[in-house]
Write a new protein. Sequence first.
Lengths: 315, 532, 218
Amino acid sequence: MNSLTYNILQLTVMILVAPLINGIIRKVKAFTQKRKGAPLLQMYFDLFKLIKKNTVVSETSSWIFKAAPYVVITTALGAGLMVPSVTLVAPSGFMGDIILLVYLLALGRFFMMLAGLDTGSTFGGMGSSREAMISALMEPSILITLFTAGLAAGTTSIGGIMTKVKEMPAPLTQPVFIMFFLATLIIIIAETSRIPVDDPSTHLELTMVHEAMILEYSGRHLAMMELGASVKQLVFITLLVNICLPLDQLITISGIGAIVLSLLLYLVKVSAAAVLIAIIEVNTVKFRFFSVPNLAALSFILAFIGFLEYFVLWR
Amino acid sequence: MGFLLWLIPVISVPVFGIVKNRKVLHAVSLIVSAAMLPIVGFATLDVLNGGVLEYDGLGGMFYLDPLSVIILDIVLIIGFFAAIFSVSYIEEELKHGKIAEGKVNLYYMLMYIFMFTMVLALSVRNMGVMWIAIEATTLASAFLVGFYNDKQAIEATWKYVIICSVGIAIAMLGIIFLHMSSSGSISGSQLLNWTALYGNADKLNGPVLRLAFIFILIGFGTKAGLAPMHTWLPDAHSQAPSPISALLSGVLLNSAMYAIIRTVSIVNRNQGGSLFTGRILIAAGMLSIITAAIFILTQKDYKRLLAYSSIEHMGIIAVAIGLFTPAAVFGALFHMINHSFTKSMLFLSSGSVLQKYGTREISRIKGLLKALPVTGTVFFLGLFAIAGTPPFSVFASEFNILAAIFEGRNYLLGSVLAVLLAVIFAGIASVLFRIFWRTSGESGVHGASGVHGVPEVAGVPGVHGVSDVRGESGVSADLPDAGEGSVKPGEVNIPGAVIIVVLLAVTLVTGFFMPAGLRELLENARQIIIGG
Amino acid sequence: MDNYNQVLSVLILLTSFMLMANKRIKSYIGTFRLQSALIALTAGIMGIRAAMAEGSIDVLVVSIIIIALKVIYIPNLLHKTFSGVEYKVEKDFFLNIPLLILICCGLVVFSYFSVSRVAGGSDGIMNAEVVNSISLVLIGLFFMISRRKAIGQIVGFLVIENGIFITAMFSTNGMPFIVDIGVFIDIITAVLIMGIIVFKINEKFDSIDINKLKNLRG
């Protein structure tokens, strides 16, 4: 498979699956609250509707406000290209690397924060400042988590890590990957504005972080922002499942059938991860904002212990 | 026969729990502690003749060699003296209502559990069991330290239990590493047996053994009162009832030091020299001596002064063990004996002083020689003895150790040690002057100021003056003749006074003359430690 | 699963971090219970293996004792002590939690380097489990330093004991049986005595804040 088809496939998977994850999480949450909840595909409908609508742009805002959604969606999709959902067909050529991934996402986030500040509304500024703090806290732990996985696999390429992991017997029984799993779970929760850190469904002024930044957006721009956020979420989930739970090596057939099978497996894994995240979200209460450093420290420690275990065990 | 050493105290404990009559309690205590003496005497003779005393029963647990028998003798002799002293001491405390009637049972029960655990620690072959026994000494003596149940005593107990338990836990880690270092070379029922470890010392895993030594030194060093870990010691020794202080200081510290010595001999044999253990032990010992010197110079409480002096002497012993030359080790063992006798004598006499004056503050003790003619004299001479003045035995052993240091050409260490000993002597001497050279007519430094109408014998200030010293335990109100504000001359504890005079005589005699049996025992013990 | 003890040792280490991050005395006790349960599990697996390989049930017995003692009895005792002392929920530590956790992290690094330095690291005896267990001991010590309430100190002491026990398990498959039993008796007595002293401290000082124990100085 050449890299063009691969990239097209990967992009399609990312764009198509990402909203589904949000749908699953919402559905599980609704289920635990004894509600029926919105349909599984609600986010697709929302996105379509938003794309059709007009965009309203504040007169006081600058070009940054208009550019931000494009940057966010581009960086998110760029990051999406680097985390192969199907590891059977390792894409040739450029495969992306941990540091690039982290900083692409950081770039998108940077523009999002700028846009939040740009409109001059109080909420936007508040959301941006909080986002800046959370990201500053989580950055070290993201890096060390990914480096741990990279060290254990002996490469910094994400595709390379995922291929390497397939050769290991059950990564989740290795201390390193247990730590990686737990740390990544915390990172996902913090990075994708999930409950202990932020509440994705709230528009309460005092608590919202992510929602506050995109409060001024409408129409097409909002759709891009939402999609960008959910692709970013999927990027992290893909990292989690494909590193900790590689199942592709079990597929014995080859050809198109293998790829389809692998995609199905991927969907199952991702959905399971979504359910897990939803359960965590249901079972926790939102932290005070100043307790977030504790969470960051916890994920840092998890990653760091994993890092250390690597040195002790596999030196 | 040797098992009787374990059996007698174990049997006596329930007896102390059942008996209600106080006179019977005292009698049982005296009988038990006296009965142990001939047994240990025979054991000592056996060891002198046969080298070791061991039995096949109980998996060969029981084991006495010259090293352990020396310390066992100290334990039981001082235990006997403390038991005699306790009789009048407890009666006196009861008379003044400082302790409740029912607590006498508890006192004797805990005291004999304490004695038993120390005997056990000294007479087992297995290092693990030795650890258990030493940990048990902490637990048995915890409530003895907190026996008066006032604020200070509770505080001292808490510090004692927490610091010592943690310290001992770390020693356990050391024992585990000791066990680990022997994996492969020792197996089956021999695991952790001292004789097996010592016999196969050259086969043990050296690096792991070094790690084990560090942990064991920290752990048992806590219990022995070596410097950075000593903080519990002055509190516990000053708050405990005086006979217990004598046991803690004269006996317990030695038991902990014994565990260190056992480990050192294994490690040195494995490493083929004392370079590794020596540096650490000498550093810890010197630090202890320095710490003790600083606190002795500024001390206001005579029981704490004695406690710090124990830290100093443990430091001296550690330095001597660290040197590991035959003369130094001989000196260290001899010093252990001398320090035990001298220090328990001092703690026992301080008990009488405390009962007479009701205060631990040095500045409030006046006219001691008049108030307590015998105890005062012994206390006076004893302070000289513990400071290392000839003709007492502490001087003899300190001199031995210093001579060994200079003999080994450690001039710097020797001179620093000598200077520190001089500083400590100065500190103790100043206390002596404060206590004895201020006649009863003089007013105290700050004691008299708060007292209305101090009579000519200003021994004890009035009720208000003392109340802060012993907390709210109502001590001051029960002081002898506190109402008249004077201390009547006369001994409080006649048998106790006899005991301390005997102890003084012992320390004086051993200063000049060492019995042949003792010398042989010490030589044998030295050979066990150093080998060859 | 051959590396079960690596995984368990890491999880046990993790519980000590959890303990460090706990704010309330009740959660200390819960975390301690969890840690002891994991240790009992480790000992249980080792015991079953030893029983199958050599027919000795020593380790298995030890693991049952741990369940009875450290998972059930001691935590309940601590709960009783805790509810028996007058004590309002207040801050129990003087550094903030992220800092405490980072210091613990440093302790793990320290134990790793010191153990591998002293014991030669790669000679096969000192492995990851031992490093983790020694870290547990150090974290227990640090926990005692970082908490002000007496019960926190007892929990710290118990964590140290846990660490030592697990060191023994991982390094040498357990101590001689009599030593293990004696250690348990000592621990239970120690905890009982500490509990009684906590009551007494509470009685005399109207608090179990050990920073109030400042009468004896010099």
